[in-house]
Design a protein around this ligand. Structure first.
Ligand SMILES: C[S@@+](CC[C@H](N)C(=O)[O-])C[C@H]1O[C@@H](n2cnc3c(N)ncnc32)[C@H](O)[C@@H]1O
Length: 382
């Protein structure tokens, strides 16, 4: 797609109105793009005819130096997939309340002369809460839609945003990627001159979390409570939060992923290993060390680091239950560590079996080396 030159020109002409793409932003874009490609590969094989991506706070589509924003990366992916999958209908909904940015985005989109007829792009400039409320009221996405919602603010505390997203995921069977700007809470918590901001944050969190205690709850606990609130909605079953740090390596935000499908959880992990080399969080060093990391395979090292606490956790989980299914173990590990589904048997289950802490019960008629259909329990003989 030959749009690179045009993008640079548009970026130069609109420099003052555009954001700078910091390194963490560039990686956030790579991450979402990588996941959307994997998600599209699944979507085209599902029964739903309509494939829908909604970026409810999409920005201008480019950054100061002409770097593409997530929404433009997604448009290009959708063009590619729409061309190859004529039996499917593709929709992209882009929204940002900044009218200048939306104007720029419209100019960029008009540069694409090859948009196939089975791809529709809708662009609006509304406030995010108003926008999502409208989509809820319109009954826009029914059972024939395979939907992904992305909401990416650069601060925390937009009034009614959390409850509106909750209503959205409660109504529509969809996946959600949400930027939880946790550093806004940490930063303002002990700042006496930020009382108004803190009161907005407090109101916003308590609109969806009943037992919130901002002063006493640590950041991790607030994150957990927020995740649980969204997991208590009708369709969402799995989640994973990936942390982004700033240049000084302190926590900035989490991109929290919510999905009704186990497959989604597996795929987001693939993206994390691809884009961040399996690192626990995005930090500045990732970019600098990338080539070095590739030389010495750090995968083994990381798998060892992550599997230690997971072995402990699985023992604890098994102690509290009569037996665990493979699915119980897999879900726990996928949601609570950086490990992927292919990093469960060898680094975690086998060592627990070898040390005889856990025993495997294989049902009659199932092959002895079948892990997925076996049950696991604490070995009582030890
Ligand atoms: C972090 S940027 C989004 C970046 C984009 N997701 C990307 O990857 O390129 C946040 C955007 O939200 C927009 N925004 C902030 N508050 C908003 C609101 N209440 N309603 C709609 N958009 C809002 C800003 O104008 C900004 O463009």
């Amino acid at each position: 797609m030959n749009t690179v030159l045009d993008l640079e020109k548009i970026a130069k002409e609109n420099e003052k109105k555009l954001d700078e793409a910091k390194l963490h932003t560039q990686y956030k874009i790579k991450y979402i793009k990588d996941y959307v490609r994997r998600w599209l590969n699944v979507a085209i094989n599902y029964r739903q005819r309509n494939i829908v991506f909604i970026d409810s706070m999409c920005n201008a589509g480019i950054y100061k130096t002409g770097i593409k924003g997530t929404c433009i990366e997604v448009v290009e992916l959708f063009v590619e997939y729409a061309k190859e999958n004529k039996n499917k209908q593709f929709y992209i909904f882009l929204n940002d309340y900044n009218k200048y940015r939306i104007e720029i985005l419209k100019i960029i989109i008009s540069e694409y002369k090859n948009i196939p007829t089975n791809l529709k792009i809708n662009i609006t400039d509304k406030d995010v809460v108003e926008y999502l409320t409208l989509l809820i009221e319109k009954n826009a996405f029914n059972n024939s839609c395979f939907t992904l919602l992305y909401t990416d603010p650069y601060n925390f505390g937009i009034p009614n945003l959390l409850s509106t997203i909750k209503a959205f995921i409660d109504k529509y069977y969809c996946e959600l990627l949400f930027n939880y700007f946790s550093s806004d809470i940490t930063r303002n918590k002990n700042n006496t001159s930020a009382q108004n901001k803190m009161s907005t944050i407090r109101n916003e969190l308590s609109s969806v979390i009943t037992d919130i205690n901002i002063d006493d709850d640590e950041n991790k606990k607030i994150l957990k409570k927020l995740i649980n609130t969204y997991k208590n909605t009708k369709n969402i079953k799995y989640s994973f939060a990936y942390r982004f740090n700033n240049a000084n390596n302190t926590e900035l935000y989490y991109i929290i992923f919510f999905t009704p499908h186990k497959r989604g959880l597996e795929l987001i992990k693939e993206s994390i290993w691809k884009v961040f080399n399996g690192e626990e969080s995005f930090k500045k060093q990732i970019d600098i060390d990338k080539n070095q990391l590739k030389l010495f395979s750090t995968d083994e090292l990381l798998i060892n680091t992550y599997s230690g606490p997971m072995k402990e956790a699985i023992i604890k989980l098994a102690s509290g239950k009569k037996e665990l299914t493979y699915d119980n173990i897999e879900t726990y590990i996928l949601e609570n560590s950086l490990l992927k589904d292919s990093q469960i048997i060898k680094p975690i289950i086998n060592p627990l079996l070898d040390s005889k802490i856990i025993e495997k019960i294989t049902p009659e008629g199932v092959r002895k080396n079948n892990y997925k259909e076996s049950k696991y329990k604490i070995n009582d003989k030890i």
